[in-house]
Design a protein around this ligand. Structure first.
Ligand code: HEM
Length: 148
């Protein structure tokens, strides 16, 4: 057993790369494109994205494909910073994340077998939780290190 396979085995199921399930850059690219087609026609999320992405959507699709390949296949292709990209979106609410996740769940279920879709959804939910923490919650002063 290689060190890599030993580490992969030690990870919880949802953390393991889906390298042997037919998920590849092509199918991830399809997921991304179909997901954002739903997002763009959603009455609440559509206008939020339309304000931010005013030109060609292709660079966003490519970036998001790299992001999901890094998350799911551990490809290491994505080098962006999701938190600042979302902190600047002032009109987004916690409820918008529920819409985002529902559309993502629906798209994953349309394209992948249930076990694979569940891994995508699990990761999306966890990342959504960290983005929400960064966007909507501030530590009370007494809880920060040094407590100003
Ligand atoms: C209501 C929820 C959300 C909204 C409205 C939203 C909106 C956006 C917008 C407008 C951008 C910038 C697009 C661009 O200029 O390229 C962006 C980037 C991005 N979003 Fe979201 N997003 C949401 C939730 C999520 C979630 C749950 C994830 C991950 C599971 C995610 C992952 C990303 C990533 C990786 C980027 C690229 C950041 C970068 O490297 O620049 N987003 N999002």
């Amino acid at each position: 057993m290689t060190l890599k396979s030993a580490l992969d085995r030690a990870r919880p199921i949802a953390e393991q790369p889906l390298n042997h399930t037919g998920v590849d850059r092509k199918s991830v690219g399809k997921l991304v494109r179909e997901f954002y087609a739903k997002v763009r026609s959603d009455e609440r999320l559509g206008p939020i994205f339309a304000r931010e992405i005013t030109g060609d959507w292709e660079p966003h699709f490519e970036k998001m494909t790299e992001f999901w390949c890094s998350v799911i296949l551990k490809s290491g292709d994505y080098h962006g910073r999701p938190v600042p990209a979302h902190l600047k979106l002032k009109d987004v609410t916690e409820a918008d994340f529920d819409i985002w996740l529902a559309l993502f769940r629906q798209t994953a279920a349309e394209l992948f077998v249930p076990e694979t879709a569940a891994v995508f959804v699990d990761r999306a939910e966890r990342i959504a939780t960290s983005l929400k923490l960064a966007m909507f919650f501030r530590l009370a002063p007494a809880m920060t290190v040094g407590g100003e």
